[in-house]
Design a protein around this ligand. Structure first.
Ligand SMILES: Cc1cc2nc3c(=O)[nH]c(=O)nc-3n(C[C@H](O)[C@H](O)[C@H](O)COP(=O)(O)OP(=O)(O)OC[C@H]3O[C@@H](n4cnc5c(N)ncnc54)[C@H](O)[C@@H]3O)c2cc1C
Length: 334
C-alpha cells in the first residue's frame, strides 16, 4: 500500500478544500471499511485521506444526527450501521432501514461503517477489485464478467457493466423515498434515485457526487400511521457475507388495501432496482398471496441472466414474496 497521510479537518470548508486539492475518488474517509480495502487491494492509492469523523462544526453535527426532522426523519452520513440497527425510532413505517442496517456485513464492520460510506462504497465485483485486471470500470474495453465468472453479477439493468450495487442501505432508502443532502460548492438535495448512475449513463462511476462534495444526511419523508416497510436478504452464509439478493418494500395499508407501494430489489442490478412493474401490480389492491406471486413474477420479468446467475431469478422472486407477506401481515402459504 502506498504511504498516505491523514488530515483531520474540524470544519466542512477545511474538508472540502483538502478534498478538492486532490480530486481522485476516495479521498474522503468515513468508517474507512471500503476505502482502506480498496487501498489494500491496490485499486486506489490516494496520498492523503481527509477524515470526516472529526468535523466539529454545524455540518458535523448534522452528519451525526439521527431522529425526527420536521415532519420526517434525518439520518446523518456519519451515523453507523450499528446505530441504525439499534435505533428504536424507526417504527413499523421505516423498519426496512433498521432491518437493512442490522443485516449488512458483520457486527465489527457495522460499528465503523457509516451511512454515507455505505451509499458511496464501490462495487465488490471480483474483476474490478483485482489490481491486475483492467475492467470497463477501470478504463478497459469490456466488462470481464460477461465472458468470465458471473455468479454474483447483475440480471437486471446490466450492460455495458454488470456490477451489482453493493449498498444494502441504498435498497432500503430507495424503498423509503429518501432524499440525500449534499454540500459542495453549493448545497443541494437529491432524490435517492438520482444519486446513483447506471452503467449506461457512466460505466466508470456509480454516483453523481462531484469531487469534494460531501453527503451530509439522508432525509426520510413524513410517514403516515398506516405505513409499514421491511427488508430481507439471502446470503450464501448468514455471517460475514454479501447478499445474493435483497428486497425492500414499503406500503400504506388500510383495511388490507395497499397504496403508495415501493418495491426495490438489491444485488440484482447496477443500481438499487425499483420495480415499477411490481408496484403497479400491487397498487390499490387488497393484499393476497396470489397477488404477491404475480408481483414477484412481474419484478423479474425483464431479467436477463448471464451464464452463472439465473438462480437469482427464483431467489429474488421468493425473497420478494416473503417480504411482501411479512410487511402486509398475510401469512405465507404452507
Ligand atoms: C465481509 C464484508 C461484508 C460486507 N457486507 C455488506 C453488506 O451486506 N451490505 C453492504 O451494504 N455492505 C457490506 N459491506 C461493505 C461495508 O458495509 C461498507 O464498506 C461500508 O458500509 C462503507 O462505509 P464506510 O463508512 O466505512 O465508508 P468509507 O470506506 O469511509 O467510504 C466509502 C466511500 O465513500 C466516500 N465517502 C464516505 N463518506 C462520505 C460522505 N459523507 N460524503 C462523500 N463521500 C463519502 C469515501 O470517499 C469512499 O470513496 C461488507 C464489507 C465486508 C468487508
Amino acid at each position: 500500500m502506498r504511504p498516505f497521510v491523514i488530515r483531520r479537518p474540524k470544519s466542512l470548508d477545511e474538508a472540502q478544500d483538502a478534498a478538492r486539492e486532490r480530486p481522485q475518488d476516495g479521498v474522503l474517509r468515513a468508517g474507512g471499511i471500503d476505502l482502506i480495502d480498496r487501498m489494500k487491494e491496490g485499486i486506489d492509492a490516494p496520498a492523503e485521506l481527509v477524515e470526516l469523523r472529526g468535523l466539529a462544526d454545524e455540518t458535523g453535527e448534522l452528519m451525526r444526527a439521527l431522529g425526527p426532522a420536521g415532519d420526517g426523519m434525518q439520518v446523518g452520513a456519519l451515523v453507523t450501521l450499528a446505530q441504525l440497527a439499534a435505533h428504536e425510532g424507526f417504527g413499523a413505517a421505516r423498519a426496512a432501514l433498521r432491518e437493512a442496517a442490522g443485516s449488512a456485513a458483520t457486527p465489527t464492520i457495522r460499528n465503523a461503517a457509516t451511512l454515507g460510506g455505505n451509499l458511496l462504497q464501490r462495487p465488490r465485483c471480483w474483476y474490478f477489485r483485482h489490481a491486475d485486471l483492467v475492467c470497463l470500470k477501470k478504463g478497459g474495453t469490456a466488462c470481464l464478467a460477461v465472458s468470465g465468472e458471473n455468479k454474483f453479477h447483475a440480471i437486471l439493468g446490466g450492460g455495458p457493466s454488470f456490477i451489482v450495487h453493493p449498498s444494502t442501505l441504498a435498497c432500503a432508502l430507495t424503498a423509503l423515498d429518501a432524499q440525500v443532502e449534499v454540500r459542495g460548492a453549493e448545497a443541494r438535495t437529491i432524490a435517492i434515485g438520482e444519486l446513483f448512475l447506471t452503467p449506461k449513463q457512466d460505466a466508470r462511476r456509480e454516483h453523481t457526487l462531484e469531487p469534494g462534495e460531501v453527503l451530509v444526511r439522508a432525509i426520510l419523508p413524513k410517514a403516515g400511521d398506516d405505513q409499514r416497510s421491511g427488508y430481507a436478504a439471502v446470503k450464501e452464509k448468514q455471517s460475514h457475507d454479501w447478499p445474493m439478493a435483497e428486497a425492500a418494500v414499503k406500503m400504506s395499508l388500510q383495511s388490507g388495501v395497499m397504496t403508495d407501494v415501493r418495491v426495490v430489489l438489491g444485488h440484482v442490478a447496477p443500481i438499487p432496482w425499483r420495480s415499477r412493474e411490481a408496484e403497479a401490480a400491487l397498487e390499490g389492491k387488497p393484499a393476497s398471496a396470489a397477488l404477491f406471486a404475480e408481483a414477484a413474477k412481474a419484478a423479474l420479468a425483464e431479467a436477463r441472466p448471464l451464464r452463472d446467475n439465473a438462480y437469482k431469478i427464483p431467489l429474488a422472486q421468493g425473497l420478494l414474496r416473503e417480504v411482501l407477506h411479512r410487511v402486509a401481515g398475510v401469512p405465507l402459504p404452507e
